[in-house]
Design a protein around this ligand. Structure first.
Ligand SMILES: Nc1ncnc2c1ncn2[C@@H]1O[C@H](COP(=O)(O)OP(=O)(O)OP(=O)(O)O)[C@@H](O)[C@H]1O
Ligand SMILES: [Mg+2]
Length: 231
């Protein structure tokens, strides 16, 4: 579980991107962080991922302030899939999945390759194992990037704009896939794609000008926006 308490983040030029934001992300949900362009979504994600440090407030992972955690413990708890997926082009899908666990000493290479194969099987994409990133589609690459993140078994995985490079049909398939995915990992999805958020998440927040203006079950969050826009 990640608890965010009253965080504020301003960039060097004085832009206040997060203004006293508080939100709790439970692990067992798909949680959507929505809002129009410039509302502070990516800044929030970067604070959760510890790439940015808020000037005030606290972020706790299972009760521990993340600023004080050592790198290995933090990265084991929180995974990140960037908008640009950063799959290694010279490695096959199976090798992409194995790289981090091998480097982090999570086991013998042979065993980890075997686990990677099982992960692809479990996520319904075993046929991609031997492909290189250039040989798979955008939707498949998004799934592979998530499979790679799940290899480290994080409690929470952060996804930044996962559908930005996908067409409507592929986004919808991805949404179904994500909802049906059997995993103990909770997902926090940053997206301006409200249709995708509504289909995929159970709870969410809507941000405006660095503040959370609505939070709760995703339907309620989105109906608030629809109401607001049509009013
Ligand atoms: N590196 C930066 N330096 C200064 N201001 C920034 C920087 N990055 C973002 N901002 C500003 O901070 C605010 C929040 O930006 P952020 O990228 O978090 O929004 P966002 O909700 O992710 O938007 P989008 O949907 O366009 O990705 C905006 O006003 C933006 O212009
Ligand atoms: Mg963004």
């Amino acid at each position: 579980m990640i608890e965010v308490e009253n965080i504020t983040y301003s960039y060097g030029d004085g832009t206040k991107a997060l203004d006293n934001v508080s939100v709790t992300f439970p692990e067992e949900h798909i949680f959507a962080v929505t809002g129009m362009s410039g509302s502070g979504k990516t800044t929030l994600l970067n604070c959760l991922a510890r790439f940015l440090r808020p000037q005030s407030g606290a972020i706790r992972l299972n009760g521990t302030e993340i600023g004080g955690m050592d790198e290995a413990a933090f990265r084991a708890g929180v995974g990140v899939v960037f908008q640009r997926l950063n799959l290694f082009p010279h490695l096959t899908v199976l090798e992409n999945l194995s790289l981090a666990p091998v480097r982090l000493g999570r086991g013998a290479k042979k065993g980890i390759l075997c686990e990677a194969g099982e992960m692809l099987e479990r996520l319904g994409i075993p046929e991609l194992a031997g492909h290189y990133p250039a040989q798979i589609s955008g939707g498949q690459a998004q799934r592979v990037a998530i499979a790679r993140g799940l290899m480290l078994k994080p409690g929470v995985m952060l996804l930044d704009e996962p559908t930005s490079a996908l067409d409507a049909k592929t986004s919808q398939e991805f949404s179904v896939w994500l909802r049906e995915l059997k995993s103990d990992t909770g997902f926090v999805i940053v997206t301006h794609d409200l249709a995708f958020a509504g289909e995929t998440a159970s709870r969410g927040i809507f941000m405006e000008g660095g503040r959370i203006v609505k939070s709760g079950p995703i339907r309620a969050v989105l109906s608030h926006i629809d109401g607001g826009l049509s009013a």
